[in-house]
Design a protein around this ligand. Structure first.
Ligand SMILES: Cc1cc2nc3c(=O)[nH]c(=O)nc-3n(C[C@H](O)[C@H](O)[C@H](O)COP(=O)(O)O)c2cc1C
Length: 210
């Protein structure tokens, strides 16, 4: 695949298809982004429908031993991980649309993170101790949906493990520009759901052009 001209990498994690609120925000974000970048290229991965594979023993062999000695299953595991990393490195911006599941990221999003956080490719150990992120010059936008109010200042803000976790793990690989938009309170009432979604779509459109 030619990844040389990717501008926006859109990763969708809700399995709910057209009923998904996070995907709805994503559509609006991408429409606004395309208006602002008519020549820009959008690459989309539907990880809600086709989740990334989990880490396996073959994956660990592939990620932590030299390629020359890899078994066929380690090579196969690395080809998936390498493709995700190639897309990430080729993108200027990464758009993540995701539900909040059980206070944090859905398993599909965690599986993608486990695929792209790789020693020597997206982070490395430094001689003086600790680690250094290798992914520079990118920004991540996270559009997230939840049944309750998980905004940091919202009634369930204390249970919001998605934002601190994503900030930490993207920071670990070198991406510190991470923005969040929340559509929330979908379980509260129809009025609350509609109001929150309208506000979030507006915020997503603005974020797409900043
Ligand atoms: C397995 C599961 C776990 C969920 N956990 C939470 C949660 O911890 N907090 C919350 O507010 N909503 C939770 N919800 C509700 C979803 O976040 C909400 O329906 C959201 O709109 C889903 O995103 P989507 O519309 O993009 O599919 C959960 C839903 C499911 C199916």
């Amino acid at each position: 695949m030619n990844t040389s001209s990717i501008q926006l990498l859109q990763l969708d994690f809700s399995p709910r298809g057209d009923r998904s609120h996070s995907r709805q925000m994503g559509h609006e974000f991408v429409a606004a982004w395309q208006t602002a970048h008519p020549a820009g290229r959008v690459v989309t991965r539907d990880f809600g429908a086709n989740p990334p594979p989990f880490v396996t023993e073959a994956w660990i062999e592939g990620a932590f031993t030299p390629p020359a000695g890899h078994s066929p299953s380690a090579r196969a595991a690395m080809s998936v991980s390498n493709a995700y990393i190639e897309e990430l490195l080729a993108a200027n911006e990464i758009l993540i649309t995701t539900p909040i599941y059980n206070l944090s990221v859905p398993a599909a999003l965690k599986a993608w993170i486990d695929q792209i956080v790789r020693p020597g490719l997206t982070f490395e150990a430094v001689p003086e101790g600790g680690y250094r992120g290798l992914v520079a010059g990118k920004r991540v936008r996270v559009l997230t949906a939840s049944g309750a109010d998980f905004r940091p200042t919202g009634s369930f803000g204390a249970y919001n493990f998605i934002e601190p976790y994503l900030r930490a793990i993207f920071g670990f690989i070198g991406i510190t520009e991470v923005e969040f938009v929340y559509t929330h309170s979908h379980n509260l009432s129809d009025a609350a759901r509609v109001a929150a979604l309208e506000e979030a779509i507006e915020a997503a459109r603005k974020l797409a052009v900043t």
